[in-house]
Design a protein around this ligand. Structure first.
Ligand code: F6P
Length: 735
């Protein structure tokens, strides 16, 4: 538009000047034409009246002459007529004959170069003087006076038309200028394409249609991200600044809020999920759309007609869009391929993966269903889509096909196996192809990034760049990066509002444990990768090796029921129950508390934090875990800087929290020694370890996790816009 104005203003000024100069010119030209016409006409009349006039002069009768002249003025153009017989005599004339035309003052109308016009108050008159060939009066002259009023009228009319003409000309030229300016702005090639598509000239070029020609605006954020205080506000400013207010769409299988039917109405639950723990605060900050499977029994009753609900219910900050699955789809995609196939494939927990082609069919169908939902929810052609986890390995490619310009950040929350392990999957190529539809692919640890690149290198025809940590496949680049996930920091004040002393007292009272009883805590889904059996064996070993803890120490295990339709999980739950019973039986001492309290039930986050704050030691013994946020949550809960974390070396969190007591969960002796060390650790040492760990979690909180991915996405978008811009410019100059 600015470009068009730059053309238009000088153009309109030039047209105005031209019109100003042209009007008087045209006016004088027309006057000359009319004068010439009247001269010719006067000559014609003079020739015609020559003879009768000569006879009237011969007759010497002024009356006869006057009557004859009066007849001549019946012609509507002839205003007056006069005859001069001699210069010294007054003219014989019709009544309107102007007095100023005396017979001795006719020379301005005969000798001058100027048009023979007489200016009178009623307008200009044309004066034509012609000689009469009359022997009786040798110098006689006929004076024909024509009214020029009609010429003035026509001249006014011409000026008016001329004015309209210039206005119309100005408008047409302006329109052409704007269209040409627009066409060259969009690029000739695209302008012509638009014309061929029938979009016409008048449709303004939409920046959304031609993104490479949107004004380039770059933001540079210093790389030293440690200088930033990572808060919800930081995330919002990245979205507003670097990402220019673009929408964020998150896709996960598990939804952050589940509505379930109960006898007393509809209840809302927060699932036991590390993914939800991490993403929920991010979404509160980003205010986008979270698309997830609506798995609750009352989920359909709580959404609007577009399957959406604003959450969190008490202070809505973003939209949850629920996707519905049939029981068959859920069984095949979720229980089958995701949790009986990919889950054991990616975790080293010695559970054999099961691959069924019917499950994979459902997995494909459900991924496509979510891709359609993403397309429906996208408000622009290039949204930022954050795909979560192993439920959606095919989704990035499907989104890429539907929204080629989307920035797709895929985060794989579980470990990535080595190439040999992954290669047993019958659909390995399709899965890798699907994931490589992503712009950015994130894992928790460098080790898992390395495994992924090795796998691609081994199984696909792709260009793997180990310097830049990227893969180019089907002409598209995917950057593979490490983004260790974390939790909300500082933690919600409400979770820390109950004092440590109250938490200790209340929990012990509820579990019927003595006031000074030592407590260990474990919190997870009832999943074989979490090493719950190994944990119980470690407690058993502790009691064997350090019998003073028998009756003085209880390990409280919160195990949220999980994936209970899968037989491996059912067997695992049975084993966990039976091993807990076996150990409790072995160390039963009258009324003394049991060594293990197994609570297989869902606990809301407030209750989980109360347990963390009441415990002396927290034991995370995963056999294999992407990160494990329970470890970080325990650290966050202990603002009293007391308590000890015993942590598996096979959880990603062990790379970030080396001040925990790091153990091999398969080594019961080592774990038992760590538990004993934890239970006897001096307060100073507990404080020193917790301070370091709390500092780490504070610095690397979940806003930093999400923020780093968004910053990388923004940089990628800017780089690809720059290259699109350069390509568009090249096309323009070569066209
Ligand atoms: O650890 C993988 C994961 O998807 C987590 O991201 C999440 O916390 C957990 O599994 C939830 O499992 P599910 O959704 O099957 O209950």
């Amino acid at each position: 538009m600015r470009l068009s104005l730059r053309f238009l203003i000088p153009l309109l000024i030039a047209l105005g000047v031209f019109a100003y100069a042209a009007v008087p010119l045209v006016d004088s030209l027309m006057t000359r034409w009319f004068v010439r016409d009247l001269d010719i006409r006067a000559q014609l009349i003079a020739n015609t009246v020559q003879e009768p006039l000569a006879q009237a002069i011969e007759s010497g009768s002024p009356g006869l002459m006057a009557r004859y002249l009066a007849r001549l003025t019946q012609d509507e153009r002839i205003y007056a007529v006069g005859v001069c017989v001699a210069p010294s005599m007054p003219p014989i004339a019709t009544p309107e004959f102007p007095e100023s035309l005396a017979c001795d003052k006719l020379h301005p109308y005969t000798d001058s170069e100027a048009p023979p016009l007489l200016r009178t108050p009623r307008g200009p008159l044309h004066v034509a003087v012609r000689a009469i060939d009359a022997p009786a009066a040798p110098g006689a002259q006929l004076i024909l006076v024509h009214d020029m009023g009609f010429a003035v009228g026509r001249s006014e009319e011409t000026k008016r038309y001329l004015f309209y003409f210039f206005v119309a000309l100005g408008a047409i030229v302006a329109l052409i200028t704007v269209v040409i300016a627009q066409l060259s702005w969009r690029g000739w090639v695209q302008g012509l394409r638009a014309l061929l598509r029938g979009e016409g000239l008048v449709r303004p070029a939409s920046a959304a249609d031609v993104p490479e020609l949107r004004p380039l605006e770059a933001h540079y954020r210093p790389r030293d991200e440690s200088q930033l205080a990572w808060t919800p506000e930081t995330l919002r400013s990245i979205l507003k600044g670097e990402l220019q207010g673009h929408e964020v769409i998150v896709v996960s299988n598990r939804e952050p809020y589940i509505h379930v039917k109960a006898d007393d109405g509809i209840h809302m639950q927060r699932p036991a999920s590390g993914l939800v723990t991490a993403l929920e605060p991010v979404m509160r900050a980003c205010s986008g759309i979270w698309i997830a499977h609506g798995s609750g029994s009352a989920d359909r009753d709580t959404v609007d007609d577009r399957d959406k609900i604003a959450v969190p219910p008490d202070a809505p900050a973003y939209q949850l869009r629920r996707v519905w699955l049939t029981p068959e789809e859920e069984a095949g995609y979720y229980s089958g391929f995701a949790n009986e196939g990919l889950w054991p494939l990616c975790h080293i927990a010695h559970v054999r993966p099961t691959f069924r082609s019917s499950d994979f069919e459902h997995y494909r169908t459900v991924n496509a269903k979510f891709a359609k939902a993403v397309k429906e929810e996208a408000r622009s052609a290039d949204p930022i889509v954050m795909v979560q986890d192993y439920h959606f390995a095919l989704l990035p490619r499907m989104i890429r096909d539907l929204l080629p310009r989307a920035t797709i950040i895929t985060f794989w929350h579980i470990p990535w196996p080595n190439p040999e392990a992954f290669a047993i999957c019958p659909w390995r190529d399709e899965l890798l192809d699907g994931m490589l539809g992503s712009s950015i692919l994130g894992f928790h640890t460098q080790f898992h990034c390395n495994n992924f690149l090795d796998t691609v290198d081994r199984l696909l025809e792709a260009r793997v760049d180990r310097d830049a940590f990227s893969v180019t496949f089907r002409s598209r680049l995917t950057v593979v990066h490490r983004y260790p996930i974390s939790i909300d920091w500082p933690p919600d004040a409400a979770l820390l509002s109950k004092s440590i002393a109250d938490c200790r007292r209340d929990l012990r009272a509820r579990l019927r444990l003595p006031e000074e009883h030592a407590i260990g805590i474990g919190v997870e889904r009832l999943d074989y990768t979490k090493g719950i059996l190994e944990r119980f064996r470690a407690v058993e070993r502790l009691l064997d090796l350090e019998p003073q803890w028998v009756g003085a120490f209880t390990f409280v295990q919160i195990a949220a029921p999980s994936r209970s339709m899968i037989s491996d999980y059912q067997h695992y739950a049975e084993r966990v129950r039976s091993v807990a019973n076996e150990i409790n039986r072995r160390f039963a001492r009258g009324d003394a508390p049991p060594p293990i309290l197994l609570l297989i039930e869902h606990h809301e986050v407030e209750s989980v934090y109360e347990h963390f704050r009441a415990a002396d030691v927290c034991f995370v013994s995963s056999l294999h875990d992407g990160m494990n946020l329970v470890a970080k949550e325990f650290v966050a809960a202990r603002n009293d800087e007391r308590g000890v974390l015993v942590l598996s070396q096979f959880a990603g969190a062990s790379r970030e929290l080396p001040e925990a007591l790091i153990v091999n969960p398969y080594d019961a002796d080592e774990c038992a020694a760590a538990l004993h060390l934890a239970l006897t650790m001096p307060a100073d040492e507990q404080r020193a370890r917790l301070r370091l760990m709390r500092g780490l979690v504070a610095e690397f909180n979940v806003y930093r996790w999400a923020g780093r991915m968004l910053i990388d996405a923004a940089a990628m978008r800017q780089r690809s816009r720059l290259s699109r811009f350069a390509r568009a410019r090249e096309r323009l100059t070569s066209a």
